[in-house]
Each structure stands twice: as structure tokens, then as C-alpha cells.
Ligand binder design. Structure first.
Ligand code: S3P
Length: 179
């Protein structure tokens, strides 16, 4: 399958804790592309940590930064693997950018597994904002339809990071993005 002229950029999307950053780094290393973690990029760019951005400027401001950075990254070079923040694909304006400029991969992990991974993450402002499993599950469920718009969905519950990376590389090849 070929996307005919699709730019050489991969974006990993999914809920907090699904492994976007670790897997993205691994994929980039294996195929020799640049890896960028959207959150880290924002933090470096403005010199303030994500929790501090949420605390001092609010979530809306953070979402504006996410869109700015996403646009900026599409203006830069290709051969890019991007790990997005969990909320980025839930903004329509960001989907328009993602769809046009990236092949998107949804790392689908079931809620109980994700919850175990993120429950002790004080660095994640949304875990603070939604402190009960019920609230976080609601957020997860609201987001699923956005994530499911991805070009490729990978069910990652029973896969190692290495296996998820292998699947992404397989599909990237299938799309004609790498040899
Ligand atoms: C967020 C996820 C975080 C980070 C911010 C908001 C979200 O990224 O962008 O805390 O809205 O789900 P990770 O998905 O990498 O944890």
C-alpha cells in the first residue's frame, strides 16, 4: 500500500503511558530518522516544564503551544518520528495537521494497564486533575474515537516495546516510507 507522496514523518499517538516516547525512540534509532518528543520539545523551547506550564498558564495555553510546535515540525525536515502528547490528537485543528503531514500510529493499550503505569506520575498534570480511576477512564474513553482515526492501530497490550517498534517499521515499509 502506498500513500503516494505522503511525507516521511511518523507520529505516534495514544493515551498517557501507552509507550509513545520509548517506542518512538526505538523506531527512530532503527530506521535512522530523527526522534522528537513533543512535550520535551515544548519544555526546551520555552524553558518551563509541562507541569509548570499547566500550573502557571493553564491547559489552554499548553494546547496552543502544542499546535504551534506541531506546525513548526511540519515545516522542518522529514524523516521524523514524533511522539505526541496524549491530548494532541484530540484537537480537531491538530488532526488536520497530522493527517496531511504524518503517517499516524495509535498504540492501543487497555485502560487498566495504562492506569497502573500512570497512577504514580506526579509529573502528569492530568493525573492530578482527574485523580480517580473513574475520571481518568472517562477521559480515556472520550479520546478513543480521536485516536482511532490513525492510519494504523497497534494493539499493544501483550507486545513488548521491541515488538511494537517492529510492527511500526513493518507498516512504514508497507506505506513505502522506508526501504
Ligand atoms: C497530556 C499528556 C502528556 C502531556 C500533558 C497532557 C494529555 O503527554 O502532553 O501532560 O492531555 O494526555 P504523555 O501522553 O506523553 O504523557
Amino acid at each position: 500500500m502506498s500513500l503516494g507522496g505522503k511525507p516521511s514523518r511518523l507520529a505516534l499517538i495514544g493515551f498517557m503511558g501507552c509507550g509513545k516516547s520509548v517506542v518512538g525512540q526505538r523506531v527512530a534509532r532503527q530506521i535512522g530518522w530523527t526522534f522528537i518528543d513533543c512535550d520535551t520539545y515544548i519544555e526546551k523551547r520555552i524553558g518551563v516544564s509541562i507541569p509548570e506550564i499547566f500550573e502557571n498558564f493553564g491547559e489552554e495555553y499548553f494546547r496552543t503551544l502544542e499546535t504551534k510546535v506541531l506546525l513548526e515540525l511540519t515545516e522542518g525536515g522529514e524523516r521524523l518520528v514524533l511522539a505526541t502528547g496524549g491530548g494532541l490528537p484530540t484537537q480537531e485543528r491538530n488532526w488536520a495537521i497530522l493527517e496531511k503531514n504524518f503517517v499516524t500510529f495509535f498504540l492501543r493499550v487497555s485502560f487498566p494497564l495504562l492506569f497502573e503505569r500512570i497512577r504514580e506520575s506526579p509529573q502528569r498534570p492530568l493525573v492530578k486533575k482527574y485523580p480517580t480511576p473513574q475520571e481518568l477512564r472517562r477521559l480515556y474513553e472520550q479520546r478513543i474515537p480521536f485516536y482511532e482515526r490513525a492510519h494504523v492501530i497497534i494493539d499493544a497490550d501483550f507486545l513488548t516495546e521491541e515488538e511494537v517498534a517492529e510492527k511500526i517499521i513493518f507498516h512504514a515499509r508497507d506505506y513505502g516510507l522506508i526501504k
